[in-house]
Design a protein around this ligand. Structure first.
Ligand SMILES: [Zn+2]
Ligand SMILES: [Zn+2]
Length: 122
């Protein structure tokens, strides 16, 4: 008997238009792009269960990544266009100088496109 079950982490971009902000990492004008990472269980290539949802914000200017307060992330995922305050953000990756894998937590200052530990895209 063959069961096609697989579990992977996947990234989903959320709709969010918070307007233009001034980036506190690079000082340029940018926009926030919100995305969610969750663990998905696939059964015969159909996503049947999602859990471990985490929300992140990436700036369009310098690609700094922040961890977003989950309650704010949930609201945006639910379609609310609420304002993101600095207190909702916890910076985990600054620009191009420093990378932390959002999937497994691996940290590197090297310019890898893919995480050397788990193989996911940075
Ligand atoms: Zn920036
Ligand atoms: Zn990784």
């Amino acid at each position: 008997m063959f069961f096609a079950i697989s579990i992977t982490d996947r990234r989903e971009d959320l709709e969010y238009d918070g307007g233009v902000m001034t980036c506190d990492s690079c000082g340029a004008y940018g926009r926030y792009q919100i995305f969610m990472v969750c663990t998905v269980l696939y059964l015969f290539f159909i996503p049947v269960w999602r859990w471990n949802k985490r929300y992140y914000v990436e700036t369009s200017c310098c690609h700094t990544v922040y961890e977003l307060d989950p309650s704010v992330g949930e609201a945006i995922a639910g379609g609310e266009q609420i304002e993101i305050r600095e207190t909702d953000l916890n910076r985990i990756r600054k620009g191009q100088q420093y990378k932390k894998c959002i999937y497994c937590g691996y940290e590197t200052a090297e310019d890898f496109d893919y995480c050397p530990k788990c193989g996911n895209r940075f």
